[in-house]
Ligand binder design. Structure first.
Ligand SMILES: C[S@@+](CC[C@H](N)C(=O)[O-])C[C@H]1O[C@@H](n2cnc3c(N)ncnc32)[C@H](O)[C@@H]1O
Length: 174
């Protein structure tokens, strides 16, 4: 199964930190890449720098969201506190090979609810696009604790205390 993320409504000044976290969460929890409705080259290059150092082939790019969403060849899932609880739909979602997960920043246009195939909630309380995306990816992909990134230059060796980071420069593979 391949999961992609569409980040809607990113505001360059206000959302740069949380949008970076949305992108890094998408990568760390196993999504193939993220599309932004706003072009923000500074943010894109900071995420690409993480990919360069920590490995894998996660991508980040800008799209014209309306036509992209309408034409996406796969299941379109909008994460919203107003939607149907994930656990009621998870088996249906897992039947699909290609999934686009849509997360917002500010209030979502009404047409997003209409264009998407499913409007899914991660609990019906307001929280954040980062937490909603993390729970969705963990439940649907279940790769959080087993994911490996190819060609990583940096790798953490888990330890009880302190920080152990191994540099893999030149080895070409993690
Ligand atoms: C800070 S919220 C903004 C919500 C906005 N006030 C609205 O009415 O659409 C940003 C994003 O987090 C996600 N989100 C927040 N709470 C959620 C929940 N309980 N379930 C699913 N997604 C949620 C949604 O994707 C939402 O667009």
């Amino acid at each position: 199964m391949e999961v992609f993320v569409l980040r809607l409504g990113h505001r360059r000044d206000r959302d740069k930190r949380i949008s970076t976290h949305v992108a890094l969460t998408a990568r760390a929890f196993g999504a193939k890449g993220i599309y932004f409705s706003t072009r923000d080259e500074r943010l894109f290059s900071s995420v690409r720098d993480v990919v360069y150092r920590w490995g894998g082939d996660f991508f980040i790019r800008h799209v014209k969201w309306r036509e992209f969403l309408k034409n996406f060849d796969g299941l379109r899932v909008h994460l919203t506190m107003y939607g149907i609880p994930l656990l009621e739909k998870i088996e249906e979602i897992k039947k699909h090979e290609r999934i686009l997960v849509v997360v917002g920043a500010e209030k979502m246009p009404a047409e997003v609810y209409e264009i998407c195939d499913l409007n899914i909630s991660i609990g019906n309380q307001p929280h954040s696009e980062v937490s909603a995306l993390a729970v969705f990816l963990d439940r649907v992909l279940d790769r959080t604790f087993s994911i490996k990134f190819e060609s990583a230059k940096l790798e953490v060796l888990p330890s009880e205390r302190g920080k152990i980071v191994v540099e893999r420069e030149g080895e070409g593979k993690s």
